[in-house]
Design a binder for this molecule. Structure first.
Ligand SMILES: C[C@@](CO)(OP(=O)(O)O)[C@H](O)COP(=O)(O)OP(=O)(O)OC[C@H]1O[C@@H](n2ccc(N)nc2=O)[C@H](O)[C@@H]1O
Ligand SMILES: Nc1ncnc2c1ncn2[C@@H]1O[C@H](COP(=O)(O)OP(=O)(O)O)[C@@H](O)[C@H]1O
Length: 292
């Protein structure tokens, strides 16, 4: 029986556009967005334990163990497997190591992706037998972006991000800049400046090659007005193409058709910013762990 799963990627996402179309009675915002997976990722390592403990073996500065989405995902899965009563091993514990590369509060979905990778890897190791749909429902309890990473394909998303339709996107290269600020998602969504009534679009409006894939991000206006650093990075990157913010920020990105174009821009990025090159992926690297 496999007892370890090492080097499990938790990839970043980019929101190629993001429209806020309304608000639910509970205050959560209704969105329309295109989620793009890219090959820039955290790495997680899992080892089964002979008891029921979940142990995080790497510190994430500013994230105590009990609020870490990785630990919360593992505990949620443990309960779900017990409740389902599948023929899982008697001990459902794990040692978890993390190589954190994705900037936090960057709009790249790092915490959500870590949670999704944890659900996929431990469901496999613990032989939980939960389906993709069951894991997506668990994931939604942890964060609005988690179901997307479990869905495993680029997607047009609606609702708060849980209603997903597969979407083929172009094979592009991205330059991603972290402008040196961390933006908590809640600050952007609670702003009185936020436009909450963008007219809904239809998924059929999008296909590979349409410029519409790279539409506006309604959250960007708010982030730019509150954080001049974001405006500065967008202005700089905008010299090389259409630069946008991803999610609720703070990272900004620009797409290129050729890798050498991205390399050229990456070399020019001012040293005050961290920046990365990333390639569009069509599928989550762990998609094979889920059969259904
Ligand atoms: C904006 C997006 C776009 O992909 O990504 P990020 O920039 O955070 O990566 C997501 O919708 C973010 O999802 P996620 O980061 O999981 O958000 P959550 O932890 O669920 O929510 C944080 C807080 O933001 C607000 N929130 C979040 C999502 C949403 N659709 N409406 C909201 O009003 C709520 O106040 C919530 O308490
Ligand atoms: N494993 C984790 N990795 C990153 N952030 C985490 C994790 N667990 C909890 N968090 C919390 O989630 C917040 C949002 O992180 P992250 O998902 O990386 O950014 P964003 O939602 O902007 O894409 C962090 O500021 C942190 O407090």
């Amino acid at each position: 029986m496999t007892r370890t799963l090492n080097n499990c990627p938790a990839p970043a996402k980019l929101n190629l556009f993001l429209h806020v179309t309304g608000r639910r009675p509970d205050g959560y915002h209704l969105l329309q967005t295109v989620f793009q997976l890219v090959d820039f990722n955290d790495l997680l390592h899992f080892e089964m334990r002979d008891d029921d403990q979940i142990r995080r073996h790497t510190d994430i500065p500013g994230v105590p163990e009990e609020s870490d989405l990785i630990v919360r995902a593992a505990k949620l899965l443990q309960s779900a497997i017990r409740a389902k009563g599948t023929s899982a091993p008697t001990a459902l514990g794990a040692n978890i190591g993390i190589e954190k590369k994705l900037p936090m509060g960057g709009g790249l979905g790092g915490g959500s992706s870590d949670a999704a990778t944890t659900l996929m890897a431990l469901n496999h190791l613990w032989q939980g037998g939960l389906s993709r749909e069951e894991l997506m429902a668990l994931g939604l309890q942890l964060g609005a972006d988690v179901p997307f990473f479990l869905f495993g394909r680029n997607a047009f998303a609606e609702g708060i991000g849980e209603s997903l339709q597969k979407l083929d996107t172009p094979a592009l290269w991205f330059v991603i800049i972290q402008p040196g600020v961390t933006i908590p998602t809640a600050i952007i969504f609670s702003s009185s400046e936020l436009t909450r009534n963008t007219k809904p679009v239809k998924m059929t409006d999008f296909s590979i090659g349409t410029k519409k894939l790279f539409g506006k991000n309604d959250l960007e206006v708010v982030a730019v007005s509150k954080f001049p650093e974001v405006a500065e990075a967008i202005n700089w990157l905008g010299n090389f193409g259409e630069a946008r913010m991803t999610g609720s920020g703070a990272c900004v990105f620009c797409a290129f058709t050729e890798e050498h174009e991205a390399d050229k821009v990456l070399k020019l990025v001012p040293t005050q910013w961290k920046a990365w090159k990333a390639k569009a992926m069509q599928e989550h690297p762990l998609a094979g762990l889920l059969k259904n």
